[in-house]
Design a protein around this ligand. Sequence first.
Ligand SMILES: [Zn+2]
Ligand SMILES: [Zn+2]
Length: 346
Amino acid sequence: MKVVRFHAPGDVRFEDAPEPEAGPGEVKIRVRNCSTCGTDVKISKFGHHHIHPPRVMGHEIAGEIVQVGEGVDGWSAGDRVQVIAAIPCGECAECTRGRMTICPNQVSMGYHFEGGFAQYMVVPREVLKVDGLNRIPEGVSFAEASVAEPLACALNAQNLARVGTGDDVVVIGSGPIGCLHVRLARARGAARVFLVELSRQRLEMAADLVKPDAAICAGEVDPVEEILKLTDGRGADVIITAAASGKAQEQAIQMAARQGRISFFGGLPKDNPTITCDSNLVHYRELMIVGANGSSPAHNAEALNLVASGAVPVADLITHRLPLESAIDAFGIVARGEAIKVTIEP
Ligand SMILES: [Zn+2]
Ligand SMILES: [Zn+2]
């Protein structure tokens, strides 16, 4: 079969690999869609300390079961499934407290296990053990189902930041994750959603699709001033930074309303992870700053339901569909910000 495999930073190959078989406790799928994101770009350029090459990349996976290993109950050939990306152990102190996104023993598809940029893939028993294989609801395509994983990450963040009815929400960063955050905040009853982005071109591409109440180009105006103007000086109830930018995080704190919640959704570069935080703003305004680390199996299942019910449409966010041999080109499209969501159809 054909796969897209990481060999070394800057060395990702479209090549042949032996077709895998489902062992005991495993399920084999024919991958139908594996979507790409900034993580794939980062891995292809810099590698990752959890990836021991060669490794098939791809973690936003949807497909069809073709083989069920010995001892697996409840699944059969032909079932349409979505696979979680981050796999919690299910047994540690955090997992047993229901905090699966912060499992210290977490392993991941495309890192510790062969990923979805392949014609066939084995779903490891570790995924099945924590209920990480989800049936795709009727009416949801494989391409849409592959976007359930990033949507699940957005859902985790908005749960932690308690996005809800009547909130003024700011999303900083208009990539695919930013667009999902805008849609999800609306589905959760936000009063207004404002989108902030540095690049005018990327802002307009995203705003055309997700129609924020205001689209603010941070390359042209001061986003803090703009948000204060739009909220009569009050600030926003929730600010989500969907960009790897320390400056965006600092601006998020400055534009928060009293008791505002700030989600540092996007991580910062490893070599530059510190920001300046006016801690008196946090103190006197009772701000809450929360992180977000991926998603749990339950978030993935809920994300699929949000897509199926129409609460969070994702089909129109998939702007590019490419065959497996173009996956490496797809990373370039993602890196240059020319697309919202790029999906690979192996
Ligand atoms: Zn991703
Ligand atoms: Zn755990």
